[in-house]
Design a protein. Structure first.
Length: 401
């Protein structure tokens, strides 16, 4: 059964530190804001919603205990609406939409929401522990390294230079600033208010419009000590002996920012849309997830994209716009090289290097960004993809209605 996208919303991304603008609210409150906005914008009787699927990468502490169900209740949805939390690391937000769409495609839901949340200022990366990094048997078997080492390994294998990464990153800030200045995000971003109704944040907080290749060149590589002093370089080169040396060229300015944020996407079949008076904006053509080599871990997007393209009987040249999470600059450069994607079709409104990467929410966010840009430009197709920790990738193709 065809699955249609009816609406999407997101919060602005707040700096993921104690001095960030969103830090004072709880993860449940933040997660509930896009849900409440979908309800209000579409005048939804939430009894019609069959399920809410929410990505969250650190589902512990304040984000634990099935945050999706807590957010549904906080958003004043009908108590009949069930919800679940899922975790495919950085792909969680896009996978949540895919899970929701799958229920519709299978005829087991008429209307569903795929969503995501991450409050990195309150529940930091690594808060959930996990065997991959902490169990010596697992980490040795998989040649575990920290993700920043993987980024530098990828750029070393691909021959990317520091200037290549910094030039791409400066452009991300320029494009994000232009998008905000021209109002391209106005229809999607909802201001976050506290319990008293005071607005805490209405725009993405980490964009630096004055960023240049020259200014980024002054930043110190972030992962040199991690690689050289703690042995991760040696582990990576055991797995990739063809690499004579890992060149550490990633830093805070050409890597994704740590931020807080939430997003939600409303999907359903054509019949429920007619019944509720909802106007479809796009259809989901296909989606795919893949596993890739876990030490390198960041090269999955091109594989996932090829799988999604094959399922849709499409070629890369059929895609008008590409949205790829800017986990690290080398990830985007690699995908553009692999699929011959021109830069003027990739992340045309900037990405996570400028605006940040709220882990569990990013996939749902960039899906909405792609849809808005299709509508703004009158183009038809977009492919959304993310690299995923432990060697995975997620992708989805949408087509404007």
């Amino acid at each position: 059964m065809e699955t249609l996208i009816y609406d999407h919303v997101r919060t602005p991304r707040g700096k993921g530190k104690p001095d960030g603008s969103l830090h004072e609210v709880t993860p449940v409150w933040l997660a509930s804001r896009p849900l409440a906005a979908l309800k209000a914008r579409n005048q939804l009787d939430t009894v019609a919603i069959d399920d809410v699927v929410m990505g969250c990468v650190m589902p512990v502490g304040e984000q634990g205990g099935n945050i999706a169900r807590m957010a549904v209740l906080q958003a004043d949805f009908d108590q009949q609406v069930p919800a679940l939390q899922i975790n495919r690391y950085c792909g969680s937000g896009l996978e949540a939409v895919a899970f929701a769409a799958s229920k519709v495609m299978a005829g087991q839901a008429d209307l569903a929401i795929g969503a995501g949340v991450e409050m990195m200022s309150r529940v930091p990366m690594g808060a959930d522990g996990g065997a991959w990094a902490q169990d010596p048997q697992v980490s040795a078997k998989t040649y575990f390294v920290m993700q920043g080492i993987s980024a530098d390994l990828l750029s070393s294998l691909r021959g990317h230079s520091r200037n290549d990464l910094d030039a791409y990153s400066a452009e991300s800030h320029r494009r994000a600033h232009r998008a905000w200045t021209e109002g391209r995000f106005d229809g999607a971003v909802i201001p976050v208010q506290d319990f008293l109704g005071l607005t805490l944040l209405s725009k993405d907080e980490t964009i630096r419009p004055d960023t240049s290749t020259e200014s980024l060149s002054n930043l110190k590589p972030a992962f040199t000590d991690m690689g050289e002093k703690y042995g991760y370089d040696s582990v990576a080169m055991q797995r990739y002996p063809q690499v004579e040396k890992i060149h550490h060229i990633h830093h805070a300015g050409n890597s994704s920012g740590i931020v807080d944020g939430a997003a939600a996407v409303l999907v359903g079949n054509a019949q429920i849309g007619t019944q509720l008076g909802l106007k479809p904006r796009a259809r989901i053509r296909s989606f795919a997830a893949i596993g890739s080599e876990p030490t390198l871990m960041l090269d999955g997007p091109s594989f996932a994209a090829r799988k999604a393209l094959a399922r849709a009987c499409m070629q890369a040249s059929d895609i008008d716009l590409w949205e790829l999470n800017e986990a690290f600059a080398s990830v985007v450069l690699t995908m553009m090289e692999e699929l011959n994607i021109p830069h003027d079709r990739m992340n045309v409104n900037g990405g996570a290097i400028a605006m940040g990467h709220p882990l569990g929410a990013t996939g749902a966010m960039i899906l909405g960004t792609a849809l808005d840009e299709l509508e703004r430009t009158g183009k038809q197709t977009a492919l959304i993809s993310l690299c995923v920790a432990a060697g995975m990738g997620s992708a989805m193709i949408i087509e404007r209605v």
